[in-house]
Design a protein around this ligand. Structure first.
Ligand SMILES: [Zn+2]
Length: 763
C-alpha cells in the first residue's frame, strides 16, 4: 500500500515535470491547463496526507514564477499567495470541515464569493494616495516592476480616493488584483490584428500578460487592458478593526475608486454557496470577462489569518474550479453525414472523454475547410471544447503528440449514402452530394418537413419515415398526403390505431397557416421569421412561384444581353484591376450584385454606366444596352427585394427554390392533395365594436370559434365565456347551448354570424 502511494507520487512528479517542460520550455503543451491542475492537485493531496512522500524535487515545492529579465525587481511587502483548489461540492465541504477543526468549537463561518479571473495577478502600492509602484506576482515574493505599464490602464486610479468624498487615503496601501482583457475588448484587439493582416491572438490571458510586459509602455497604452482589485496585501494607517471582514474590505476598495468585481457576493453559509454553483456556472459565458472558477473566502479576516497558511496556500480561501470546458482526447475517425440540402458534414469520433460535466464521444468539425485549416488528422491527440449547451467542437490538434501514424482527412469523393459523386460548388466552403434524389437527403428533408415547428405531423417519426421510404410508399413530401390506410396496415408495427392516428394528423397538416407551410419547405434561410415576412407580402404559394418564374426569365434576358460584354473580356482576368473583376462578378450574378442597388431608382442607365465604367474602358466597348433588361429584372424582383429583412442572397435562394422544376412539381402535387397554400383572409381591423362584449354559442356557418373571436377582437370588441347582464350580444350558431336560453332570460339580443359581419361592415 505505502509502496503503491510512493509509486503514484513519483509517477505524478514525472508527469508534471514533463508537462511543465513542454509548457514552459517548448511552449507546446500537450494537455490542457485543467488536466495539469488535476495532476497537480492529486499530488498535492497525496503529499498532504503523507508528508513523508514529499520529494525535494516535487513540483509542489516550487511556486510558479513569471519573472522576466527585462524589468527591475520589486519585493512584495507580504507573500502573494496562491490558492488551493476544490473541484466539487465534496471538496468545498472538506475544506470547511478542516477549517472548523482548527478553530475554537462552535465557530461559525460566513463567506464571500468572488469570480476567479483568468488574468494576471498585479500588486499596486499607493503612498499617501499616490500610485508609486506596480509589480507582477513574480514568484510570490519578488515581482517585475511594471509601474509605467500599469499606469496606462484606465481602471487603475493614479490617485486615491478617486472621489473627494471617498475615505481618506492611508499612509500606505498595497492592493492585489488582476489585469485582463474584457472579452469584448479582446475581440476588438483581434479585429485590429486582422485589419493589419496580423495573426489573431488565441489566448486572452497570455495576450494580457504579453501586453503588461511590454518594454515600451506606449504599446501597452494602446491596448484596452482593465484591472479588478479584490484585496489589501499590506497597509499602514488604516483603522483595521473597521476592515476585518472581506466583504467590508471590498466596499472600502470600491469607495476608494478601484474597480471591484460586481459579481462578488456575500453568503452566510457554505451551503448557500453550493446551492448557487450551477447558476454561477451557467452565467459564466455571459460575464464580461473570462473566469475559470470562483474564489470562496472566509469573510472574517481575523479567522482567516488564524487559520494560517499551508504550503503556499492560505487556508482561509479556496478556488472552486469549474469543470473544464476543454479536454484532450484521441480522434479515432471522422464520419460524414448528409443533410437535407445534400451538404456533407464531418463529425469527429472521439475516444470518450469527460468535459464540461459530461462524457462526449463525438464533436463537430464544422466542415472540411476547417479540418484543413486546423490540420486535424485521424489518430491525433486533439483538444475539444464544450461550453454551455454548445455542441462540443474540435479546437485543434496537439501536434507535439504526433508519432507519424496520423492520417490526413479528405472530403469523401462519393456520397457515403448514395454513392453519387460529391461536388463543391464554385465559391462554396461545403461539399454536397450531387444527387437531389439521394435517399439520405430525401430522408432528412422529410424528417424536417414533418417535424414539430414545421408541418408538425404527429406519429411520423424517423423510423416511420424510413419504413415508408423503404416500402416505396413515399418519395417526396407530397406523397405523404396521398398515403392510404390499406397498405400501411400490412406493414409490421403498424396497428390499426396507429395508422388511424397517422391519417388524422396528416389530414390536419393540410390546413397549416401559409407561413408555417413555407417554413416547412426547407428553403435555405427561410425559417418562421422570414416565412412570416413573405406572407405579409404574398398571399399564396402561386404568387411566389409566379414572381420566381418572372425573375428567372428576366435574369436570363439580362445574361443574354451581358454575354457580349463578357465575351469581349480577356480570358485571364488576373492582370485586370479589382474594379474590373468586381464588375464581371456583378454581371454574372445580377440578382444579388446589381438588382438590389437599383430598387426604386429612376436613372438606372446613368448609374449603371458610371458603375461599369472601368469595365467598358477595358474592353473598349461603347455602352452596351444592358440597362433595359436590368430595369426589367429590378421591376420583377422588387416586391421581394423591398421586404425589410430579406437580403439579396436570401431573395435569390427563394427565387431559385420556387423556380426549380422538381420543387414546383412537389408543390403542385401537394396542392392537388388539398394542402392549403394561401394566406388566411386578413381580418380588417377597426374599433366598431368597442365597448361591446360578446358570448359565442353553437357552430357558426363559416367561421370557427377562434376566427370569430379574432374578428370581434380585431374590431375592438371583447369575447367572454358566460352570459351576464354585461353581455352586449350573444352570437348564436347551429345547435346552441344553454347560453342562448340564458340570453333570452336576461333580454340580451342574439345575433347570427351574418348579422355580426353586417354590423362590422356598417361601421
Ligand atoms: Zn447521396
Amino acid at each position: 500500500m505505502a509502496d503503491d502511494l510512493a509509486r503514484r507520487a513519483a509517477e505524478l512528479r514525472d508527469q508534471l515535470h514533463f508537462h511543465i517542460y513542454r509548457y514552459n520550455v517548448l511552449g507546446d503543451p500537450i494537455i490542457t491547463d485543467a488536466e495539469y491542475d488535476r495532476l497537480y492537485h492529486e499530488l498535492r493531496q497525496l503529499e498532504e496526507e503523507h508528508p513523508e512522500l514529499i520529494a525535494v524535487d516535487s513540483p509542489t515545492q516550487r511556486a510558479g514564477s513569471d519573472l522576466s529579465e527585462d524589468f527591475p525587481k520589486v519585493r512584495h511587502p507580504a507573500p502573494v499567495l496562491s490558492l488551493a483548489n476544490a473541484f466539487d461540492e465534496a471538496g468545498l465541504r472538506a475544506w470547511e470541515e478542516r477549517n472548523l477543526r482548527l478553530l475554537p468549537a462552535g465557530t461559525e463561518l460566513d463567506y464571500v464569493l468572488e469570480p476567479k479571473f483568468d488574468g494576471l495577478t498585479i500588486v499596486i502600492t499607493y503612498e499617501n494616495g499616490l500610485l508609486t509602484k506596480a509589480a507582477t506576482r513574480g514568484n510570490g515574493e519578488i515581482g517585475d516592476d511594471v509601474t509605467a505599464n500599469v499606469k496606462t490602464i484606465r481602471t487603475v486610479p493614479l490617485r486615491i480616493p478617486v472621489r473627494a468624498d471617498g475615505p481618506p487615503a492611508p499612509e500606505r496601501l498595497v492592493v492585489r488584483g488582476e489585469v485582463l482583457f474584457h472579452k469584448e475588448d479582446f475581440e476588438a484587439v483581434n479585429r485590429q490584428q486582422e485589419a493589419a493582416e496580423l495573426p489573431r491572438y488565441v489566448n486572452a490571458r497570455n495576450t494580457a500578460s504579453g501586453t503588461l510586459k511590454q518594454k515600451d509602455s506606449r504599446i501597452t497604452a494602446t491596448r484596452p487592458l482593465t484591472a479588478y482589485i479584490y484585496s489589501v496585501l499590506d497597509s499602514v494607517g488604516i483603522v483595521l478593526d473597521k476592515l476585518d471582514k472581506q466583504w467590508d474590505m471590498l466596499e472600502y476598495l470600491r469607495e476608494m475608486g478601484f474597480q471591484i468585481p460586481q459579481e462578488s457576493q456575500y453568503y452566510p453559509t457554505l451551503s448557500d454557496i453550493i446551492q448557487q454553483l450551477p447558476a454561477w456556472e451557467s452565467r459564466r459565458d455571459s460575464l464580461a470577462y473570462e473566469i475559470d472558477g470562483l474564489v470562496v473566502k472566509v469573510n472574517d479576516m481575523r479567522l482567516a489569518i488564524e487559520l494560517g497558511v499551508v504550503g503556499k496556500d492560505p487556508r482561509g480561501a479556496i478556488a472552486f474550479k469549474f469543470p473544464s470546458q476543454e479536454a484532450t482526447t484521441k480522434l479515432i475517425g471522422v464520419t460524414a453525414s448528409v443533410g437535407r440540402t445534400g451538404k456533407i458534414t464531418p463529425t469527429a469520433q472521439l475516444e470518450p472523454v469527460f468535459v464540461g460535466g459530461v462524457t462526449v464521444s463525438n464533436a463537430s468539425l464544422h466542415n472540411y475547410d476547417q479540418i484543413e485549416k486546423l490540420d486535424v488528422r485521424v489518430g491525433d491527440t486533439i483538444i475539444i471544447k464544450r461550453s454551455g449547451d454548445v455542441i462540443p467542437y474540435v479546437v485543434g490538434p496537439v501536434t507535439g503528440a504526433r508519432d507519424g501514424t496520423e492520417e490526413p482527412i479528405r472530403p469523401p469523393e462519393l456520397c457515403p449514402f448514395s454513392g453519387d459523386p460529391v461536388i463543391q460548388p464554385p465559391g462554396a466552403v461545403d461539399y454536397y452530394c450531387s444527387n437531389p434524389l439521394c435517399p439520405e437527403r430525401v430522408f432528412r428533408q422529410l424528417e424536417f418537413f414533418v417535424s414539430r415547428g414545421a408541418m408538425d405531423i404527429e406519429g411520423m417519426g424517423p423510423e416511420t419515415i424510413k419504413t415508408l421510404i423503404d416500402q416505396q410508399l413515399i418519395h417526396d413530401e407530397a406523397d405523404i398526403f396521398y398515403l392510404q390506410a390499406e397498405p400501411l396496415l400490412e406493414l409490421e408495427r403498424f396497428a390499426e390505431k396507429k395508422v388511424q392516428n397517422l391519417m388524422e394528423s396528416i389530414e390536419r397538416a393540410k390546413d397549416r397557416p401559409l407561413s408555417q407551410f413555407l417554413a416547412s419547405l426547407g428553403i435555405d434561410g427561410v425559417g418562421s421569421t422570414v416565412a412570416t415576412l413573405l406572407v405579409d407580402h404574398f398571399d399564396s404559394v402561386d404568387a411566389l412561384i409566379e414572381i420566381a418564374r418572372q425573375a428567372k426569365a428576366a435574369e436570363a434576358a439580362f445574361r443574354q444581353a451581358a454575354a457580349s460584354l463578357l465575351q469581349a473580356l480577356p480570358e485571364d482576368l488576373s492582370d485586370e484591376a479589382d474594379s474590373v473583376t468586381r464588375n464581371v462578378a456583378r454581371l454574372r450574378d445580377p440578382l444579388v450584385e446589381l438588382a438590389p442597388r437599383y430598387v426604386d431608382v429612376q436613372d438606372i442607365d446613368v448609374r449603371l454606366q458610371r458603375l461599369l465604367k472601368p469595365l467598358y474602358e477595358t474592353i473598349g466597348a461603347e455602352a452596351d444596352d444592358i440597362a433595359t433588361p436590368l430595369k426589367n429584372l429590378v421591376d420583377v424582383a422588387a416586391p421581394l427585394l423591398r421586404i425589410d429583412g430579406l437580403g439579396p442572397v436570401l431573395v435569390e435562394n427563394i427565387i431559385n427554390w420556387f423556380a426549380d422544376e422538381h420543387n414546383r412539381q412537389v408543390i403542385h402535387k401537394m396542392q392537388q392533395a388539398g394542402v392549403k397554400m394561401h394566406a388566411e383572409q386578413k381580418v380588417a381591423a377597426s374599433n366598431v365594436l368597442e365597448g361591446q362584449t360578446f358570448v359565442l354559442t353553437g357552430t357558426l356557418p363559416t367561421l370557427t370559434r377562434d376566427e370569430a373571436t379574432a374578428l370581434i377582437e380585431a374590431n375592438g370588441g371583447k369575447v367572454t365565456g358566460s352570459v351576464s347582464k354585461k353581455t352586449s350580444y350573444v352570437l348564436v350558431g347551429d345547435s346552441p347551448g344553454s347560453k342562448a336560453e340564458k340570453a333570452r332570460q336576461l333580454n340580451i339580443p342574439t345575433i347570427s354570424e351574418a348579422e355580426l359581419q353586417a354590423m362590422i361592415a356598417a361601421g
